[in-house]
Design a protein around this ligand. Structure first.
Ligand code: ADP
Ligand code: NI
Length: 202
């Protein structure tokens, strides 16, 4: 691991995430994804490029088209190259960051190109780690924060549980992450049950 590249990756991530002004996608989210990805690497028996997982986990929401007006398709590649990463590493981090999202999977998940990219364990691990952060207590908090930022109602969050979060365990690419996801989704079911009890007027 190059400490110089890592320091630049962390600094760049912190600067970019601060720009979003959204606690559902802040630097702490990037750090949690990095920590979860590191845990998933340790549980995985395959040969894994740990540097690639580390860089992609930190950078995965940098240049997010949801937030960036200056979004550029090759930006991650360019940033990694400017940090001193070699051609192959820069390209791989770019590929992971550009394919990690849920919407992209819904749109392209059935294609051979997408499936081929998802044979990479590093890709699977970063995506699973990102999605695990949408579940459990943190996932509930993030959903309310995201919704509030968009001036939506609390009922919108409950809808989001059904539209997306309850499906996440079944979209996990690694069995280790699926096990954690099935545990974390129970917290959301329990929360929804209490929410319905407390809002039920009967
Ligand atoms: P991904 O990064 O996996 O593609 P998103 O960026 O869409 O996913 O979601 C990131 C976070 O924002 C998650 O915690 C998710 O639950 C929350 N979120 C996304 N869309 C909504 C929504 N419509 N309502 C509430 N929360 C949302
Ligand atoms: Ni993310």
């Amino acid at each position: 691991m190059s400490n110089i590249i890592l320091a630049k990756v962390v600094k760049c991530t912190a600067l970019h995430m601060a720009k979003y002004k959204d606690a559902s996608h802040d630097f702490a989210h990037s750090v949690r994804v990095f920590e979860m990805a590191t845990k998933l690497v340790a549980l995985d028996s395959r040969k894994i490029n740990k540097d690639l997982v580390t860089y992609a986990a930190y950078m995965h929401d940098v240049n997010d088209s949801k937030y960036c007006t200056d979004h550029h398709p090759k930006m991650i590649y360019r940033l990694m190259s400017s940090f001193g990463a070699d051609e192959e590493m820069s390209q791989l981090v770019d590929t992971i960051v550009n394919h990690v999202g849920y919407d992209r999977e819904l749109a392209e998940g059935h294609t051979d190109a997408y499936k081929k990219i998802f044979t990479m364990p590093e890709m699977q691990i970063v995506q699973d780690a990102d999605r695990l952060d949408a579940l459990g207590a943190i996932g509930i908090a993030r959903a309310f924060y995201f919704s509030a930022n968009k001036n939506r109602t609390m009922a919108n969050v409950i809808e989001h549980f059904h539209e997306k979060l309850y499906k996440i365990p079944y979209m996990m690419k690694t069995s280790q992450a699926k096990e954690i996801a099935l545990e974390r989704v129970k917290d959301i079911y329990a929360f929804e049950k209490s929410y319905i009890r407390d809002t039920n007027k009967n």
